[in-house]
Design a protein around this ligand. Sequence first.
Ligand code: UT7
Length: 338
Amino acid sequence: MTVRACVLAGVGAWLPPDLVTNADLADRLDTSDDWIRRRTGIRQRHVASIGVAASDLAVKAGSRALRSAEVSQVDAVVLTTSTPDRPLPATAPVVAARLGLGTVPAFDVSAVCSGFLYGLFVASGIVAAGNVDRVLLVATEVYSSIVDPLDRSTAVIFGDGAAAVVLRAGTAGEHGALGPIMLGADGESGDLIQIPAGGSRQRTPKAPGDGYFQMAGNEVFRHAVLRMSEVSRQALAAAGWQSADVERLVAHQANARIIGALGDELGLSPDRVLSNIETAGNTGSASIPLLLAQAAADGRLTTGQRVLLTAFGGGLAWGAATLTWPGVVALHPSEHPE
Ligand code: UT7
């Protein structure tokens, strides 16, 4: 008997062309290229121009993913972001309409930097359950709209970008089939990453930074390594894989030191640990599919490789999943031929 599964069938990503280098940040903040490189591994990040919204990046990435999957229609659109175009409505319907996808169901999933794994859980669940046959999952972030430009502890980390995957119904065992997706969350520590004001709890800022993204970086760092290694082991066990089976680790690009520590925890040699944080920074929920698209484009990911995905971020929320790379074709995210 063949078992219905959810299969990754296309990937695409888009990075806005404007760059902010470490030298640009050192011109206006008490920081240095040396500190940023040593403590985060970041050299530059892409930023959207003022007026460019999450849906604008999402449409570019979504259209590339549809082209990569060689399809023009899907049955649903799931979108993940921490920077929606507006507090309401959701950003997904706007993206679906602009991609010419008609009136398919379209909704947002909110899980900060773990958004792609949470989105994958929802999207693959509705495919595997037989509710739909094909889903576009888009992760899009304009962190430059929520990061305090004067806060050196966050302004140096985040970048803007979007990436998307097409998921389709298939069978377990074929290239691209997703293994079990393991998730977790801990609201007790939810204050470690937050925007305090602007919601129903605190409608307006009481202090100057309250309307901006805030993070207790040092504490978050420790939680990130611990939670991603735990949940990765759970996902590997659920898939029946050992660490030694993992040929590519694609972790949320939070900090090069976090990614390195995670690789060490899981016993993965550095050649198996993919990264693009040096050139793209931390792009929130977009970082995993962005790295998948980039690695597929530049040959670091090839057909049949066993891949482990894992993320951690605000919520706190975390997740991990496995898949065998399907060998889809993707454009490099900073290539803009159109
Ligand atoms: O994506 C969601 C999940 N996010 C993460 O997982 C991020 C986790 N956290 C981190 O990546 C790191 O904690 C940061 C990059 C945010 C900070 O690096 P750190 O090595 O943990 O620095 P720290 O917060 O322990 O601060 C060390 C020192 C402090 O100075 P003092 O008190 O020792 O004098 C900071 O004020 O570094 C200072 N500092 C900076 N110095 C120069 C903090 N940011 C900067 C900066 N430039 N940009």
